[in-house]
Design a protein around this ligand. Sequence first.
Ligand SMILES: Cc1ncc(COP(=O)(O)O)c(C=O)c1O
Length: 298
Amino acid sequence: MLQSFNEKNKDIFVYVKDRLVKRKDAKVSVFDSVVQGGDAVWEGLRVYDGRIFCLEHHLERLQNSAHALCFNDIPSNEEITRAIFETLKANNMMDGVHIRLTLTRGEKTTSGMDPRLNVYGCTLIVLAEWKPPVYPSSVKLMTSSVRRNNPMFLDSKIHHNNLLNNILAKIEANNAGANAGIMLDMNGFVAEANGVNLFCIQKGVVLTPFADACLPGITRKLVLDLCEENNIPCAEKNLSLLEFYTADEVFCTGTMGELTRVDEIDSRKIINKSGIERLEEINLLFMEKTKSSGTRIV
Ligand SMILES: Cc1ncc(COP(=O)(O)O)c(C=O)c1O
């Protein structure tokens, strides 16, 4: 398993709705929309050396997701930022921290699907935990039978809490002894893995699937930007499994695990035939960015 319980998180403070409470009291109502229908949006963020990395991008994606789902009384970026700062300061957390930020449609007056039953406004949850990057130095992937959503069904650009298709892909990966499951799009091209975006490098060119059926990850975008800024050839493209199996290097990206090498997919070893190495260089550029940018916690 990639994650486990950390004693340091036993008595943390968690922000729920409008206040900080101890972990044991951090609960939402059984009438909350997230319990009733997985009706919520979320972000995972990281804290590096007293700064929240890419905070503005995470807030933008959260706000866009909540707006797309037609939430009412969405807290402003300033209110959310204040709640995050309060939580981190209450826990004395300045580094090696992962924040799970959740915004639900809120409590309902009675159980039911209709959003008009949500008359109390959104529920904001800021769950910050001591959690260094969770992925090992390299991972093994397998292809899942579960397809990733595309806009024809539920737009993967909405970062929502309906995670069951990704969870099913993860179960398949667990059963196959892999670290994560690759999810294809409805045309059979690679979309992403169940919780991370995917890249392959062919003869020095960095490639990643179009963000049509994957979450447009913030780490994914940062990697593309870093490549462009540093004259590393990169492109978004429809990519089949063969292009991943035969790539020189493959890696996954995400806030939780940063950049992680993939060394095997569906029992095919990833072999660098061209001898051109890019991943290490991109990883160094990424680490540099985490050290030099972010919103200072005040
Ligand atoms: C399905 C999925 N793909 C990719 C990612 C990585 O996105 P990011 O780089 O914004 O953390 C996440 C993270 O939440 C995710 O849930």
